[in-house]
Ligand binder design. Structure first.
Ligand code: ZN
Ligand code: ZN
Length: 49
């Protein structure tokens, strides 16, 4: 039982995933690269500086 909140697979991103993994094409393009900020553009994103 995993009760942790679903978030985007981009570790810098805190958005809910739209397709099961990533919140959008921007994060999907990040792939396995570890980023310290997120460029997904969602105003509610906790990783977007
Ligand atoms: Zn994001
Ligand atoms: Zn994302």
């Amino acid at each position: 039982m995993a009760d942790e909140k679903e978030t985007c697979k981009n570790s810098a991103c805190g958005c809910p995933p739209q397709d099961g993994k990533y919140c959008g094409a921007s994060c999907e393009g990040v792939g396995d690269t570890v980023q310290i900020d997120c460029d997904c553009g969602h105003p509610e994103c906790s990783g977007n500086f």
